[in-house]
Design a protein around this ligand. Structure first.
Ligand SMILES: [Zn+2]
Ligand SMILES: [Zn+2]
Length: 171
């Protein structure tokens, strides 16, 4: 959605609210398309004594998976932005300054980058997720496979057999 700024520029203290649902399904991050849920954008553009300002928020659900056990995860994401809109092409883009490229502004252009900044590189289903067994692929949160015990160097296998038989005798 484009907001025309010509009218707003002419009206001191005018406020134009915006609210829309945008589609970021094709947006790629870390080789995936994690924005499969609707993305809600809302806020307002105002003219404060000749200075254009865009304040708004953006929220969605980020679809990813646990970095250790690969369980699908839905992470609620939210971001806010409060930016001065500058039509000075010489101006440097800064944290709180958005440089306009024409007579209009698309709130998504301002808010989507703020949302993306909230994304972490990896997520875990829980802090102490035990992950998948590298040998059999079992989810170690759910099953206790005995691969670790089986992965014994064959040179020690004979020794292990001796110990086991000793234990058998002692019991
Ligand atoms: Zn996990
Ligand atoms: Zn295993």
């Amino acid at each position: 959605m484009k907001i025309e700024l010509k009218k707003l520029n002419a009206l001191q203290h005018a406020v134009l609210p915006f609210s829309e649902v945008i589609d970021l399904k094709d947006e790629k991050m870390y080789g995936r398309n994690p924005f499969q849920s609707p993305v809600y954008v809302e806020g307002e553009v105002s003219n404060e004594s000749g200075v254009l300002r865009l304040k708004g928020s953006i929220r969605t659900v980020y679809s990813t998976e646990c970095a250790r056990c690969l369980k699908p995860l839905d992470i609620p994401l939210e971001a806010e932005a409060d930016m001065i809109l500058s039509d000075d092409p010489e101006a440097e883009e800064e944290d709180d300054l958005f440089v306009l490229t024409g007579d209009s502004v698309d709130p998504a252009d301002v808010l989507v980058p703020a949302l993306i900044l909230q994304v972490q590189m990896t997520y875990l289903c829980k802090e102490d997720c035990k992950g998948l067994c590298p040998h059999c692929g079992a989810d170690r949160n759910e099953v206790d496979c005995d691969c670790d015990k089986k992965q014994i160097d064959p040179r020690f296998a004979a020794l292990r057999a001796l110990i086991d038989s000793d234990e058998d005798k002692s019991t």
